[in-house]
Design a protein around this ligand. Structure first.
Ligand code: NAD
Length: 425
């Protein structure tokens, strides 16, 4: 599902790690980062590669390759998801770990960045195979993860159940219960209220602030959303609650459009019942990728990487793009959008609500003291709005687009921590 190095090459662009390094180099240049700190931040702190022998249901063994990349611990323990996907590569995991460092710094939570992944196809594996693979993977990582070191979370292809197996395996290896080793756990194992909706909710907080900053209001503004999964569906529901007309929504199977606004509750029900937005009776079916170029106030890519490219950026008619997905806009496309005056809210700000509530979950797990959903949502709001103000102020002060401003803010925060701590020994 993900668009990674392979697709990036067909686009004629660099692979994700090269893209992340280029972003760092450009930011280093703008903020006058010291050469020593730049050199250090260009490399992860640690890369762990493990081979995961797994008993399959047919009695045979598969040996999967798993990665955990810890990019930075300058501002706190590492934090980042675990991805199960056939296209997982080391370069992709390195890039995603680096982006996690910047994301945690943008929202100013006390974490560094990490990411993990296993190259596998979870959709073709049974629950038993997934459990055995996850438990062996976790056992191989026992020495490098932990609540004070590195805290995994779900990402593409992983979910609450996978986190429950990871938490249990780590706890069994330690001999006592360690709920703070992962976030995105089920509520009954110490998960946080509000976690499953946090990314979509965070997107909405930021989108609302951007509209206000531009003298617009959500009431009657139009929105198109690519992707109707964990992030896209929550974003759509909350957008409609604050007055948006959500006029187009897509998923992997197709897209639907109603220029007067979709009935969001009915669409959610239709998608639950049929597995797709396609064929929703109160709308017109359109070509899946037309959602990206439809005329609207806010376009929310909430599916995959690399969907707004030099091939379609010119056709984008949205005034604002809120990147709920990680890396949906290629660098060439960003340049085209800048020239057209499209206001792009970058992923490391827009979708940081998930990381933020993961931080809240870790705090609750460590304290064994749990918050109400209202408390979670209101603290999330404060963090997201502060982050928006910090990035917006930097963008206005330095004449930068929001992506460059977010990067400069993040890299400066990490560099400041590194400068104060020094480079050991
Ligand atoms: P998901 O698997 O729950 O949903 C993905 C959705 O995208 C599905 O509806 C799928 O049908 C759709 N999709 C796939 N290919 C498509 C295509 N070509 N065109 C249109 N739709 C397509 O995943 P998710 O958790 O919602 O994550 C979506 C994005 O948000 C990813 O980039 C992810 O890295 C990012 N993200 C997620 C979280 C989180 O908390 N889940 C946090 C931060 C960032």
């Amino acid at each position: 599902m993900t668009v990674t190095s392979k697709d990036a090459q067909t686009e004629g662009t660099v692979n994700p790690r090269e893209m992340a390094l280029q972003q760092l180099a450009e930011s280093a240049e703008r903020i006058g980062l010291s050469e020593a700190i730049h050199k250090k931040l260009a490399k992860p702190k640690r890369i762990v590669i493990v081979y995961i022998p797994t008993l399959m249901d047919d009695g045979g063994f598969e040996v999967f390759t798993g990665y955990r990349v810890q990019h930075s611990m300058e501002r706190g323990p590492c934090k980042g998801g675990i991805r199960y996907h056939p296209d997982v590569t080391l370069d992709e995991v390195i890039a995603l770990a680096m982006w996690m460092t910047w994301k945690c710094a943008v929202v100013n939570i006390p974490y560094g960045g990490a990411k993990g992944g296993v190259t596998c196809d979870p959709q073709s594996m049974s629950q038993g195979e997934l459990e055995r693979m996850t438990r062996r993977f976790t056992s191989e990582l026992v020495e490098v993860i932990g609540p004070e070191k590195d805290i995994p979370a779900p990402d593409m292809g992983t979910n609450e159940q996978v986190m429950a197996w990871m938490m249990d395996t780590y706890s069994m290896n330690k001999g006592y219960v360690v709920p703070g080793v992962v976030t995105g756990k089920p509520l009954s194992l110490g998960g946080s209220r509000g976690r499953s909706e946090a990314t979509g909710r965070g997107c909405i907080f930021v989108i609302e602030k951007v509209l206000r900053a531009k003298g617009m209001s959500p009431e009657g503004a139009t929105m198109a959303v690519q992707g109707f999964g964990k992030v896209g569906s929550v974003t759509v529901r909350l957008a409609s609650e604050i007055g948006f007309d959500v006029i187009a929504v897509s998923d992997i199977w197709g897209a639907v459009y109603n220029r007067r606004g979709l009935d969001v509750d009915a669409l959610l029900k239709h998608a639950r019942e049929t597995g797709s937005v396609k064929g929703f009776p109160e709308a017109e079916d359109i070509a899946r990728d037309d959602v990206l170029t439809i005329k609207c106030d806010v376009l929310v890519p909430a599916a995959l990487e690399g969907t707004i490219t030099k091939h379609n950026a010119e056709q984008v008619q949205a005034r604002i793009i809120a990147e709920a997905a990680n890396g949906p806009t290629t660098p060439d496309a960003q340049q085209i959008l800048d020239d057209k005056g499209v206001f792009v809210i970058p992923d490391i700000l827009t979708n940081a609500g998930g990381a933020t509530v993961s931080y809240f979950e870790w705090v609750q797990s460590i304290q064994a003291y749990f918050w109400s959903e209202e408390e979670v949502n209101s603290n999330l709001r404060k963090v997201m709005i502060q982050a928006f103000h910090d990035v917006y102020a930097m963008s206005e002060a330095n004449g930068l687009n929001m992506r460059d401003a977010a990067m400069d803010l993040a890299v400066s925060r990490v560099a400041e921590a590194q400068r104060l701590r020094g480079i050991y020994p």
